[in-house]
Design a protein. Structure first.
Length: 430
C-alpha cells in the first residue's frame, strides 16, 4: 500500500530552435573560411562546417507538419504550456558564444585574429548542432537531453507552477517526456512534465484466495482508492519520492457498488466465482510470498514451518518452498489491509481450465474403474454360466449312461418249442 496521485494532464515546455538562423551562421562562416590562406586551417574549418550542415539537414527532415505541431500545442485546454526561447534557443546560445570568442580575440594583436575566430565559429556551430541531433535521437526513445536545458529556469518553473510533484530540476527532467516537431525551418523541442491532482489515493494490490474449491473472479489486481472513488490501474506508474504518479489514461473508474470496491470497503458485494482447486504460491513483491490452498512446508534458515490454507509470508533472507528458493533483497514490505466485513453474494460460476482438467481426469479415472468393473462382471458371469453348463452336462451324462446295465435282445417267442426259447434267453443273460 502506498500513496498515489493521478495525472490529469501535463505541463509542457515548448523550446523553439531557429534552425534557419543557424544555417545562416554556417553560410557566413563558410564565406569567411574561403578567404583563409592557410590550407590546413581551411580544411579543419570546412570539416566542422560540413558536420554542422549535415547535422541540420538530418534534424530538419520532416517528422511532422506545422499544422500537426500547432494542433498538438493548442488542442487540449487542460495542458499548461510555456513557450520559452531562452530556455532552449541554440541559435541564441551560438551567437552569444561567437561574440565572446570574437571579443577575446580582438584583444590579441596579430595575423591569427581572423583565422582563430573563424575556426572557433565552426567548432561552436558543429558542437551545437551535434547536441541538437543527439537530443532528437534521444527523444525517439523518450529520454531527455539535459545538456541543453537551463536548470535554473526549470527551478523557477517548479516554484511558479502548482501541482508539480518534483523536489528539484533533476527530478523534473528525469520524469519528463520529450517530443520533437519540425516544419523545415523551426524545431520544437517539447518537454512534457506530469502534473498531479490534489486528490490522494491508497495504492493496493488484491489477490483472490482459493477456499472450498472456489475462487473470486477479480478483473483487476492493482487498485487506487479513497473514500469516494476506486480506480483500476491498468498501466505503469512512476515513483517520485514517496509518491506514485499514474497517468489518467492508465486508470479505469470502477462502480462503487461493484464487486471489488465492496470487497475493499465493506458492505454487500455481488461477485462471480471460479471453480478451482489450484495451489497458489506467488511472489507478490520482494520479500513477500502469497500462499492459497497450500498444504506443505516452508523452510527457513532457522526452522521449517508446516502451512495449510492461505498465508501472506514476509521474510528478510532466504526461504524455500517445494525445493524452490526465494531471496529477499529489501527490508521494506507492503502492509496488509485490516479485515473488512463484507457479505458476498455469488452471481455465478465461471469455468476454470484447471478445474475442468481436474474434473476430466477424475471422470476418466472413474470411467476406467467402471469399465474394469463391468469387464470383471462379464468374465465372472461367463465363468459361472460355463460351470453351471458343465455341471448340467455331467448330470445329463450320468443319467443317460448305459455302463453296468445288462443288454437284452428281443426274441420272437417260439410257442412250438419252449425249451429252445428258454435256453436262448438264458444264454442271452449270460
Amino acid at each position: 500500500m502506498a500513496h498515489q496521485r493521478n495525472v490529469p494532464f501535463r505541463f509542457k515546455l515548448v523550446h523553439v530552435i531557429d534552425i534557419s538562423r543557424m544555417m545562416q551562421l554556417v553560410d557566413e562562416t563558410s564565406r569567411d573560411a574561403a578567404t583563409l590562406t592557410d590550407q590546413r586551417i581551411n580544411t579543419i574549418t570546412r570539416h566542422y562546417l560540413e558536420q554542422a550542415a549535415e547535422g541540420m539537414n538530418r534534424v530538419m527532415r520532416p517528422t511532422s507538419r506545422r499544422a500537426r505541431a500547432e494542433k498538438m500545442i493548442t488542442e487540449n485546454i487542460n495542458q499548461q504550456i510555456r513557450i520559452n526561447a531562452r530556455l532552449f534557443d541554440a541559435s541564441h546560445k551560438s551567437i552569444q558564444e561567437l561574440n565572446d570568442v570574437v571579443a577575446r580575440i580582438n584583444a590579441i594583436d596579430g595575423d591569427l585574429h581572423a583565422v582563430t575566430a573563424i575556426l572557433h565559429k565552426a567548432i561552436i556551430l558543429a558542437d551545437q548542432v551535434a547536441e541538437i541531433t543527439r537530443a532528437c535521437q534521444l527523444a525517439k526513445t523518450g529520454v531527455t537531453n539535459s545538456n541543453l536545458l537551463d536548470h535554473e529556469e526549470i527551478e523557477t518553473i517548479l516554484t511558479e507552477v502548482n501541482d508539480l510533484p518534483y523536489q528539484n530540476a533533476v527530478e523534473a527532467v528525469k520524469f519528463s517526456r520529450p517530443t520533437v516537431l519540425s516544419n523545415g525551418t523551426t524545431l520544437l523541442y517539447i518537454l512534457a512534465l506530469p502534473k498531479v491532482s490534489n486528490r490522494r489515493y491508497e495504492l493496493v494490490r488484491l489477490y483472490p484466495t482459493v477456499s472450498g474449491g472456489r475462487q473470486i473472479v477479480l478483473e483487476h489486481h492493482k487498485l487506487a482508492l479513497n473514500g469516494e472513488e476506486t480506480y483500476a490501474v491498468v498501466g505503469s506508474c512512476s515513483s517520485i519520492g514517496n509518491i506514485t504518479v499514474c497517468p489518467e489514461e492508465d486508470l479505469i473508474a470502477l462502480e462503487e457498488n461493484s464487486c471489488i470496491p465492496r470487497l475493499l470497503k465493506g458492505g454487500h458485494a455481488s461477485c462471480s466465482y471460479l471453480r478451482s482447486n489450484e495451489e497458489v504460491v506467488q511472489l507478490v513483491e520482494d520479500g513477500t510470498l502469497f500462499f492459497s490452498n497450500y498444504n506443505g512446508s516452508l523452510a527457513t534458515l532457522e526452522r521449517d514451518y508446516q502451512l495449510e490454507g492461505t498465508y501472506i509470508v514476509q521474510f528478510n533472507n532466504v526461504v524455500a518452498v517445494r525445493n524452490k528458493k526465494f531471496t529477499a533483497y529489501s527490508a521494506n514490505h507492503p502492509m496488509a489491509l485490516p479485515p473488512v466485513l463484507t457479505n458476498i453474494t455469488v452471481t455465478g460460476y465461471r469455468p476454470s481450465l484447471g478445474y475442468v482438467d481436474d474434473v476430466n481426469a477424475q471422470n476418466t479415472q472413474a470411467m476406467s474403474g467402471v469399465s474394469r468393473g463391468v469387464t470383471f462382471s462379464y468374465v465372472l458371469e461367463a465363468s459361472l454360466t460355463l460351470v453351471v453348463f458343465l455341471i448340467l452336462f455331467i448330470i445329463w451324462r450320468k443319467l443317460t449312461s448305459t455302463e453296468g446295465i445288462p443288454t437284452t435282445r428281443v426274441i420272437t417267442e417260439d410257442l412250438e418249442n419252449p425249451k429252445r426259447t428258454s435256453t436262448t434267453a438264458h444264454h442271452s443273460v449270460n
